[in-house]
Design a binder for this molecule. Structure first.
Ligand code: S3P
Length: 442
């Protein structure tokens, strides 16, 4: 489906609630399924990725009722999953496949994880290798260490795994396998990746410790055999800061804009976008902040203002990894040149996001440059009038949404046209409807 976007002369106004956090929605379903008893989840993200997680657990005997953003999960306990009779299809969802690999490695049955064309090209060795060190038996049936993954459940032993990448999916996969392993399992990562797994496991009664080592790396550990307790109160998933980010950025494309984003997750391991926006000169205030089951949340208020370019790299990268395509777009209206580095991980996301951003920006006449581990984007310093073009989404939801934001600069008679925009269903089914809600005639 082709989608046209134009916003020149308009403003962003009002307030918006975005859908629930994708990473937390996955984990809320997974961990509740592994706890004994019922957990109620509200604010669940009913995007395709999280629905894949629900479908995988249903195939292993877990009863899950879902109605829009409400989910009721009847957990079967750590050892209650049943052998699936069919393959477990994970769709486009890397989080489903990688975290499930950890859970399935320690079961008493065999299983097979598959995905769509894009997921079956993404690297799975990064989880299979440490899991095999724990004693897992996994056959990567793809040619290059890729899915389908055939997993024969086995007895696992705890390990200390030094991960070369700061990846929450790798960390979570190993820690979840660690619940089934004998002894202690630790993951050492180069810098802290999103820590929703640690926080939700903690809220469910699992002791999981995090410490920063002398060299700056972070070690996360847990002991095997710990049972998960179903949450006694309904779990309210906060709004996804990665989805809110598209609207935060939009404010800076249209002079005179103001916006309040309500109940957004403010876990520091996800807030790199706020750090960068502030460094770029944005005025942001946080209101109504609270913490529920270990996850901070609050409202974010933003006002239009000019932005200046900054360098983005180092420990910040894992804290804003999914926002980097959007930051490449924001860079085009900042004063000066933006450099994104230490971000080679972008090459193995739903698309090669460095290539996708640079090619699309170049197609629009913006001379972005691809580097080994990031990109360099020239800024304009002031809002300019952009000639809309037909832009491929690379079937990647974050590329489609980022270039939609850039479309705000286009005039109605010459809009930005996003090809295959239905991929947005992965994480934000009502994205364009929400855009219309806050885009005002000015
Ligand atoms: C996620 C972790 C990140 C992120 C992805 C969701 C998660 O991936 O890009 O969208 O829920 O754990 P990596 O862990 O591979 O960096």
């Amino acid at each position: 489906m082709m989608k046209s976007i134009a916003g020149a002369g308009k403003v962003i106004k009002g307030s918006l609630t975005v859908p629930g956090d994708k990473s937390i929605s996955h984990r809320a379903v997974m961990f509740s399924a592994l706890a004994k008893g019922e957990t109620k989840v509200k604010g669940f993200l009913p995007g395709e990725d999280c629905l894949s997680t629900i479908s995988v657990f249903r195939k292993m005997g877990v009863s899950i009722e879902q109605e829009q953003d409400s989910v009721w999960i009847q957990g079967l306990g750590l050892h209650g999953l049943k052998a699936p009779e069919e393959v477990l299809y994970c769709g486009n969802s890397g989080t489903t496949m990688r975290l499930m690999a950890g859970i399935l490695a320690g079961q008493s049955f065999s299983s097979c994880l598959t995905g769509d064309e894009s997921l079956e090209k993404r690297p799975m060795k990064r989880v299979c290798l440490p899991l095999e060190k724990m004693g897992a038996k996994i056959k990567m049936q793809g040619e290059k260490g890729t899915a389908p993954l055939e997993i024969s459940g086995s007895l696992l032993k705890g390990i200390c795994y030094e991960s070369p990448v700061a990846s929450a999916q790798v960390k979570s996969s190993v820690l979840l396998a660690g619940l089934y392993a004998k002894g202690k399992t630790s993951v050492i990562e180069p810098s802290l990746s999103r820590d929703h797994t640690e926080r939700l496991l903690g809220a469910m009664g699992v002791e999981c410790s995090t410490k920063t080592l002398e060299d700056g790396r972070v070690e996360i550990s847990l002991e095997g055999g710990q049972e998960l307790k179903a949450l006694s109160e309904e779990y309210l998933v906060p709004g996804d800061i990665s989805s809110a980010a598209y609207f935060m950025a939009s404010v800076f494309f249209l002079p005179g804009s103001t916006l309040r984003l309500k109940n957004i997750g403010l876990n520091p391991s996800r807030c790199g976008i706020l750090t960068v926006l502030e460094k770029m000169g944005a005025k942001i205030s946080l209101e109504n902040c609270s913490t529920v089951y270990g996850e901070e949340r609050g409202d974010i208020y933003l006002e239009y203002g000019p932005l200046k370019a900054v360098d983005i790299g180092g420990d910040l990268i894992p804290r804003l990894i999914d926002e980097l395509p959007l930051l490449a777009i924001l860079a085009t209206i900042a004063e000066g040149e933006t450099r994104i580095y230490d971000a080679a991980e972008l090459k193995v996301k739903e698309s090669n996001r460095i290539k996708a951003c640079v090619e699309n920006l170049q197609c629009l006449g913006i001379s972005a440059v691809e580097t080994e581990d990031g990109m360099i984007i020239p800024g304009k310093g002031s809002v300019f009038s952009l000639e809309g073009k037909t832009i491929p989404s690379f079937l990647d939801h974050r590329i489609a949404m980022s270039f939609s934001v850039l479309g705000l600069l286009c005039k109605a008679e010459n809009p930005m046209q996003i090809e295959d925009s239905e991929c947005i269903q992965i994480s934000y089914p009502n994205f364009f409807k929400d855009f219309e809600k806050v885009l005002d005639e000015g």
